[in-house]
Ligand binder design. Structure first.
Ligand code: FAD
Length: 408
């Protein structure tokens, strides 16, 4: 018999798309409504700073699933539609086209938006942020071989854009306020390695420096830095972090603190409202604390977990965080959030410009970062999961295959 309930999802991004798809995979026969303010079907964001910016992938190529999939699965997608309010008493979502949708169960997967840089000249044409397909297309339209580009923020987005622009023949200057690159994510040794990687590929890096003002007549022409430098540039890309889109949830009285607060079943403070992806503040048993992650794998797997919970088939979600980035010829991968360790073990393969550094606390791996070594970091993740106590010398010994360490 057909289920008579309606499940509504606000936010047609990666997590929202996976919730819709999983509801059907789990045989939910009721209505599924996916509301998204962007004019696109759910799409992959990682290519926006990589293959799509290079021009190797077009808009359709970023879609998780083609339009036919939504038709075949009976998922009602409302693109170009913003949810403006949630009335929990009447279980209604208001839309910006004055329409409403009634829900039995609701998921909020509204993701994040770029943090804006509030300085003089920030409104000039030629100053970009990067979150959406439209942002990526706008940056692409400004790219001219040989031109100089200012990258504000030495985090993942800024560094990936700098690397892609190098491949396209632009000269980038990365300006980072902190004293190291990717300081919120990676360890100091990896930050130093990243500086060298970028400098070796022609990217200039300014650490401990901020942009004080943008100047130009109608379009950006130059940026004035806190170190007194004036940099003439064709355009700028700002990547100084994101803000979780929690306002809709907060206004509806749902508990919010650095993200929408959910439990390990992706349930918010309202038993009929769930949440997944970048916007959630969720518990992680592996790390023994709450986290808000901005990661492709989390958006997918927490989305899948949330859909199962909406169907009362949920299992506790709390995987070891995994993240990757591609910069120049380096594939960087990270597991865990290495913050507190007492020893490190590094395995190097200079012939392939590859290495894996594992961070240990009490002999247990608490995180790892690899460069061009996807195979071994996968094993390190399993060792971390198993909480194996291993010595630094043993882990660093490249005569021993990591696979064998799983049996040790
Ligand atoms: C340029 C770029 C590169 C990245 N590269 C990597 C990478 O290499 N590796 C990695 O692990 N991760 C990467 N990420 C991160 C990864 O893409 C995100 O973690 C993931 O997209 C999060 O998915 P989400 O569904 O939670 O949020 P989103 O994908 O942001 O989706 C949320 C959607 O909700 C919509 N929305 C918000 N409010 C409303 C509303 N009121 N009504 C309707 N719709 C609304 C938004 O417009 C958006 O479309 C990258 C991100 C970016 C931007």
């Amino acid at each position: 018999m057909r289920d008579t309930r309606t499940f509504v999802i606000i936010g047609a991004g990666q997590a929202g798309g996976w919730i819709a798809k999983t509801l059907r995979a789990e045989k939910f026969t009721g209505r599924v409504v996916l509301i998204g303010e962007e004019p696109y079907l759910p799409y992959e964001r990682p290519p926006l700073s990589k293959a799509a910016l290079l021009g190797e992938v077009d808009v359709d190529g970023t879609y998780f699933w083609p339009p036919e999939t939504y038709d075949a699965l009976g998922i009602e997608v409302l693109p170009g539609t913003r949810a403006t309010a949630i009335d929990r008493a009447t279980k209604q979502v208001s839309l910006d086209n004055s329409d409403t949708r009634i829900y039995d169960r609701l998921a909020i997967t509204t993701g994040t938006r770029p943090r804006l840089l509030p300085i003089d000249g920030a409104e000039l044409t030629g100053i970009h942020y990067l979150r959406s397909i439209d942002d990526s297309l706008a940056i692409r339209a400004d790219i001219r071989k040989g031109s100089k580009v200012l990258i504000v923020g030495g985090g993942w987005i800024g560094l990936e854009v700098a690397a892609t622009l190098s491949k396209l023949g632009c000269r980038s200057v990365v300006v980072e306020a902190a004293d190291r690159l990717c300081g919120r994510a990676v360890t100091p040794d990896i930050s130093n390695w990243m500086v060298k990687l970028h400098q070796d590929n022609g990217v200039e890096v300014r650490l401990g420096t901020v942009v004080e003002r943008f100047e130009g007549v109608s379009r950006l022409e130059r940026a004035l830095l806190s170190n007194g430098e004036s940099i003439d540039c064709a355009f700028a890309v700002i990547g100084i972090g994101v803000i979780a889109n929690t306002e809709l949830a907060a206004e509806a009285g749902i508990a919010v603190e650095n993200g929408i607060i959910v439990d390990d079943l992706c349930r918010t403070s309202d038993p009929d409202i769930f949440s997944a992806g970048d916007v959630t503040n969720h518990p992680n048993k592996q790390l023994n604390r709450r986290i808000r992650l901005e990661s492709w794998e989390n958006a997918q797997n927490q989305g899948i977990a949330a859909a199962k919970s909406m169907l009362d088939k949920g299992e506790a979600y709390g995987e070891i965080p995994w993240f990757w980035s591609d910069q120049h010829d380096a594939n960087i991968q990270m597991i865990g959030l290495p913050e507190d360790w007492d020893e490190t073990a590094t395995r190097e393969n200079p012939a392939e410009a590859a290495f894996l550094t594992m961070y240990l606390k009490g002999g247990i791996i608490v995180g790892a970062i690899s460069v061009n070594n996807a195979r071994e970091i996968r094993v390190a993740k399993r060792l971390m999961q198993a909480k194996k106590v291993l010595s630094v010398d043993y882990l660093a010994n490249t005569d021993i295959k990591m696979q064998a360490m799983l049996k040790a």
